[in-house]
Design a protein around this ligand. Sequence first.
Ligand code: SAH
Ligand code: SF4
Length: 387
Amino acid sequence: MAVNLLDFDLEGLTAFCESLGEKKFRATQLFRWVHQKGASSFDDMSDLAKSLRDKLKDHAEVLALPVLTQHISSDGTIKWLFDVGAGDAVEAVFIPEADRGTLCVSSQAGCAVGCRFCSTGHQGFSRNLKTWEILAQLWFAEHFLRKHLGTTDRVISNVVMMGMGEPLQNYAALIPALKTMLDDHAYGLSRRRVTVSTSGVVPMMDRLGQDCPVALAVSLHAPQDALRDNLVPLNKKYPLAELMSACVRYLAHAPRDFITFEYCMLAGVNDSSEHALALLALVRDSGVPCKFNLIPFNPFPASGLTQSAPSVVQAFSNILTSGGVVTTVRKTRGDDIDAACGQLAGDVKDRTRVGDRMSKQRTVMLHLVRSPEAATHDKPIHEPSSH
Ligand code: SAH
Ligand code: SF4
């Protein structure tokens, strides 16, 4: 059976090339063709010997994920829905800014953590993505955007593992994907510009610090265990004291000297001035150098939760800032196409419909994949299903 070369970091690809009786440096050449040039046909890889190309054709392939839909927001944000088979779909979101291009990547179909305010969590867990399915999101987006923008320069400068799923509950597949993002022969992203976001899988935070330190965001959402147990059920397993100690340990290895705490603002639940003061005490007592990122809640009916008013968010932010903690309020991007945080439901709730739609969408999809100029549409190519 052919192996998908998107499933390997450089070390894995080297082992694969050696298994074909090829020298180590061939792996580097191949890695560059696939990730830097976006090649998927071995015939295009002109500096590889014909004998190697023939061997590769017999044993390997570069297989992308089919794109089910593409939506482009009025602010330039693009959301792709990828088919990962058996009725599951995952989403990736490109967010262009003046000084950077960020891709938000999914790590699982669904999520087992089940946070109350997260629509992915409400869908339940379907399965872990493979390394190639994580990397295929970046591979597709980067090369699609280069074609669309008519450039050979890098378009995506930052990756955030903030799409669907809990990346640290898919650790084995995550690490080779991160290593490939960082590798100079692939995407060459700076460790400071690759962020893993976690709901707090403490043992895996320690392993990440050892195996592949990158920027870390921790989804906090509450200053006390009782409230956090309710919002982020994983807190029952790894309560705040353990989580805070893990943050301190992580910083010994991290490329940045602070942890970003994400905090989703939920009206009447976690947004009072007492909560803000308790947060200040929590981070002071645990000694975690940090920044706060307050996320306006993106409501969905099943959650039964509502957004904090902007004035409440501002007051909360002011308390943290006056307490000496740098705090930003996240701008919502792409909300006209349901691409904002926590809206990534991937339609997994409705497996049959994704399946049905796949056949109907295939023509549109193939057209899209083959002709990047389709991306110039400024309105959804396909109406989003209701989340
Ligand atoms: N599982 C990881 C990463 C994916 S979620 C984690 O939880 O960190 C990425 C971010 O989106 C997290 O901070 C999460 O708390 C936030 N989020 C989830 N649902 C949201 C919603 N409905 N509105 C706003 N932010 C949400
Ligand atoms: Fe999973 Fe993160 Fe959503 Fe919680 S917020 S359910 S950990 S994806």
